[in-house]
Design a protein around this ligand. Structure first.
Ligand SMILES: *[C@@H]1O[C@H](CO)[C@@H](O)[C@H](O)[C@H]1NC(C)=O
Ligand SMILES: *[C@@H]1O[C@H](CO)[C@@H](O)[C@H](O)[C@H]1NC(C)=O
Ligand SMILES: *[C@@H]1O[C@H](CO)[C@@H](O)[C@H](O)[C@H]1NC(C)=O
Length: 270
């Protein structure tokens, strides 16, 4: 095993480009750039992979590590191929995160103003948050928690437990299979799309609640209080109490629509 430790500090105008084309077994990777210094890492396995940039872009391709730790204060974080390992990414100011595939036990990502985007997310526990940036996710698996203040939250397909909350943003989620799905917005609208065959208990509340006609809710109960409507009922089952979807918005509207998995794939690729 080869041990390497790098630490570079560069001036504002310098761009640092690190290309590791050979697959090295590295214990610790520790890279720091300043100004607009960029980092590019390809095909590497390491125990700890730590990268810190100011405005520079970090490009990571096919990384396998026990711990991937990335910080940027305004730069872009781009992941190509699979990033494999427990991951912690923090992008402040306008820093954005765009990753193709993430896989690990624990994954945490936060942005402030920048977009947070991932095509595939496989984790036991993941926690993704942004202040004003949008959270845009493809296919997610495991226990996921999403939070924004003003950014919108979009999930193309979720098959685990999902918790999403936003203050001003909208939420748009396709649930393909579920455990517990808990969606909350203060001011935004919530759209929940499900396959018509999904087994679930649903509780939807908002200024207005729209349930599309292809969805058969059974034992429906409806209550309204101060401009706030709550509709609850079962879809395709009655007894499985651990499978439920709750959507609650103070001032927005809730829509429940049916969508097939094929449609969700088509929409994703279009
Ligand atoms: C993610 O955040 C949780 C809660 O703060 C923490 O327990 C966990 O270790 C973090 N994971 C990583 C990979 O940093
Ligand atoms: C989600 O978390 C629960 C415990 O909180 C755990 O038992 C379960 O395995 C997790 N799900 C996945 C897909 O890892
Ligand atoms: C639901 O549970 C009740 C008893 O709690 C039982 O009588 C009924 O047959 C169950 N229904 C289904 C669809 O499993």
């Amino acid at each position: 095993r080869v041990a390497m430790r790098w630490r570079w500090s560069l001036g504002v105008d310098l761009t640092l480009l690190i290309l590791l084309l050979i697959k090295l077994l590295i214990l610790d990777l520790d890279i720091k750039t300043s100004g607009t210094g960029c980092v590019k890492i390809q095909k590497i396995e390491c125990d700890n992979c730590k990268i810190e940039t100011e405005k520079g872009t970090s490009v990571l391709q096919s990384i396998k590590s026990h711990k991937i730790d990335i910080r940027t204060n305004g730069g872009k974080v781009i992941g190509l191929g699979t990033l494999y390992g427990n991951t912690d990414i923090r992008a402040t100011e306008k820093g954005s995160v765009n990753i193709e595939k993430l896989q690990g036990t624990s994954i945490n990502i936060s942005t402030e103003d920048g977009l947070l985007k991932t095509k595939y997310l496989y984790a036991e526990t993941s926690s993704l948050s942004s202040v004003a940036g949008d959270i845009l996710l493809g296919s997610i698996h495991g226990n996921t928690s999403l939070q924004t203040k003003t950014g919108s939250i979009t999930v193309d397909s979720s098959d685990g437990s999902l918790k999403a909350s936003t203050h001003h943003g909208t939420i748009d989620v396709y649930v393909s299979q579920l455990r517990k799905v808990d969606l909350k917005s203060q001011k935004g609208s919530i759209t929940v799309k499900v396959p018509a065959s999904l087994k679930a208990y649903l509780q939807l509340s908002g200024r207005k609640v729209d349930v599309s006609s292809e969805i058969q809710l059974k034992e429906t109960q409806s209550a309204s209080k101060d401009d706030h409507v709550t509709i609850s009922g079962h879809m395709n089952q009655r007894n499985e109490t651990d499978k439920w979807i709750k959507a609650d918005t103070q001032n927005g509207k809730v829509c429940l629509k049916s969508q097939s998995w094929i449609q969700s794939v088509k929409l994703k690729s279009s």
